[in-house]
Design a protein around this ligand. Structure first.
Ligand code: AMP
Length: 212
């Protein structure tokens, strides 16, 4: 698996995972993060994430590394100073602000996944959703709706469609909800096959979409 100067593998798919940082997250959610990380590592893809060692972020990154995968963390300096960075990563990008972190994660990633998380996760995935809607970032974004965690968001999206703020087709194509970790991984397996340059499919199916 090659890596260019941006830390992007040349024949793998970089999967950005957004998730909670709380060490107190419920065990089934931590287990879901471990299962996803293990699949990323075993499948030869790479994880792009926020660089922290705590909560679901720590679980998904440690599991990817244990399974032999590459992990690219993007961590603001103030979190490193606070001692929450994961230091055994393939590469830790140090940035100054949360904005820089979000931008670099988007630049490094081919595919976006939201596990359950808190308001920080909500902020990050809101930006991804908005960018997908504006066709600035290729979608979809996958959500792990474990135990109905994202039911509130799904309900809000339905309201948005009803009120004609967004077309149903854009919601259906841009935001994909999986009820179980197994379903999420199956969806990512399909998506990775599409996104893999070696497979002969375009990395960005909507080829007119500009990354900006
Ligand atoms: P949350 O979903 O609120 O736990 O936040 C997840 C996102 O916010 C990640 O990008 C984290 O970097 C960031 N974050 C919030 N609080 C912390 C913390 N105490 N330590 C590390 N990262 C955090």
């Amino acid at each position: 698996m090659g890596t260019n100067e941006q830390g992007k593998g040349t024949d793998d798919v970089n999967i950005a995972v957004y998730c909670g940082s709380s060490p107190l997250a419920l065990e089934p959610l931590k287990e879901a993060a471990r299962q996803l990380g293990t699949w990323i590592g075993k499948s030869g893809h790479a994880l792009v994430y926020g660089g922290s060692s705590i909560g679901l972020m720590g679980e998904v990154s440690a599991s990817t590394l244990s399974a032999g995968g590459e992990v690219f963390g993007v961590e603001p300096q103030f979190f490193i100073d606070a001692g929450v960075a994961q230091h055994d990563l393939t590469r830790l990008y140090v940035v100054q602000t949360m904005e820089e972190r979000k931008a670099l994660m988007i630049e490094l990633a081919d595919v976006f996944v939201a596990l359950p998380g808190g308001v920080g996760t909500l902020e990050e995935i809101s930006e991804i959703m908005s960018r997908i809607r504006l066709q600035m970032t290729p979608g979809p974004c996958y959500f792990l709706d474990l135990d109905g965690f994202y039911e509130g968001l799904r309900s809000l999206l339905r309201r948005m469609v009803k009120a004609r703020f967004i077309e149903e087709e854009h919601v259906d194509r841009g935001f994909i909800f999986a009820d179980t970790t197994r379903e999420l991984i199956a969806l990512l397996e399909m998506r990775s096959a599409e996104a893999c340059p070696a497979c002969g499919y375009p990395v960005v199916p909507e080829s007119n979409i500009a990354r900006g």
